[in-house]
Design a protein around this ligand. Structure first.
Ligand code: GDP
Length: 283
């Protein structure tokens, strides 16, 4: 899914989500493990006030495991339940189920104290475009069970997926919009491929990536492209082009091709497990 960047569309999505959140006890928020800050929208803290909160560090298969651990602790300290996962992988869902049960236990106990019995806990998934919401719902629901269909009253028009006898999940995720105003947020979203490439300057983006990798993950470029990590990022891009035979007719270096290549290899994990944000910086 690509960004649809119309204010009207966003306002409508936000209003819809405000309505949906009223129906649930637990908000399941997906963030991208490589950029847990830039892939969040802080509005969700206001929208989800008073609800149990679960953060899923998704695409953790592409992120740096040590940073995943750091981010897990970071969000736990803030009072969220947290699970690292790969939304495509059924194996990840067991842990998610267990944490949902834990998060719901509090709710069920609170209900009981108020004299409410046997009311299933309801949850919804939220997150920015491309973070893996649909993939997660499909994998999770695939493991679980059939949709419950419409019920009279509050659930009118809503489809709930029954996960087990205690938990129901709204089948449509809430779309949050990233905080684009911040330049570094836009850059990081672009680097992980959340923003349509044809509206970006790929050459510049690849130079930013090279700069970051050289500082934060020294040796990665050397290993992949057999080159010394020295000179300007542009000079390094040229070495990558030569290493990969990105040459145009007339023996000219094809920078655009090399730029696209290095970005693709980063996004698909071929450069290794790399995170672009550090919990220490946020803490
Ligand atoms: P949505 O817009 O939030 O619903 O995102 P999608 O579910 O459509 O996922 C966007 C892309 O990310 C798809 O190509 C998915 O296959 C991919 N994806 C989703 N979750 C993961 C994950 O945990 N790891 C990896 N590597 N890819 C994922």
């Amino acid at each position: 899914m690509q960004f649809q960047w119309y204010p009207g569309h966003m306002t409508k999505a936000k209003r819809q989500m405000q309505e949906d959140i009223k129906l649930v006890d637990l908000v399941i928020e997906l963030v991208d493990a490589r950029i847990p800050v830039s892939s969040r929208n802080p509005d969700i803290d206001t929208l989800g006030k008073g609800k149990a909160r679960l953060i899923l560090l998704n695409k953790s298969d592409l992120a740096d495991e040590r940073k995943n651990e750091g981010w897990t602790e970071f969000f736990k300290k803030k009072g969220y339940y947290v699970v690292r996962m790969d939304a495509r992988n059924k194996g990840s869902m067991k842990q998610v189920s267990a944490i949902i049960a834990e998060a719901c236990k509090e709710k069920t106990e609170r209900d009981l104290r108020r004299g409410i019995k046997n009311r299933p806990v309801r949850a919804m998934v939220v997150g920015i475009p491309n973070v893996g919401k649909s993939t997660f719902i499909n994998t999770f629901a695939g493991k679980a069970c059939a949709k419950t269909g419409n019920k009279p009253g509050v659930t009118k028009g809503k489809q709930w997926i029954r996960l087990n006898k205690n938990v129901e999940l709204l089948d449509t995720p809430g779309i949050l919009w990233p905080k684009f105003e911040d330049q570094s947020v836009g850059l990081r979203l672009a680097l992980i491929g959340s923003i349509k490439d044809d509206i970006l300057n790929i050459d510049e983006l690849s130079l930013e990536l090279i700069q970051i990798l050289r500082e934060e993950y020294p040796g990665v470029l050397k290993e992949r492209y057999g080159m010394e990590e020295e000179g300007t990022p542009a000079e390094m891009l040229e070495k990558i082009a030569l290493n990969r035979g990105c040459i145009k007719k007339g023996n000219e270096v094809d920078y655009a091709k090399a730029a696209a290549l290095v970005l693709d290899e980063f996004r698909t994990g071929k450069l290794g497990k790399i995170s672009l944000e550090k919990p220490e910086v946020e803490a």
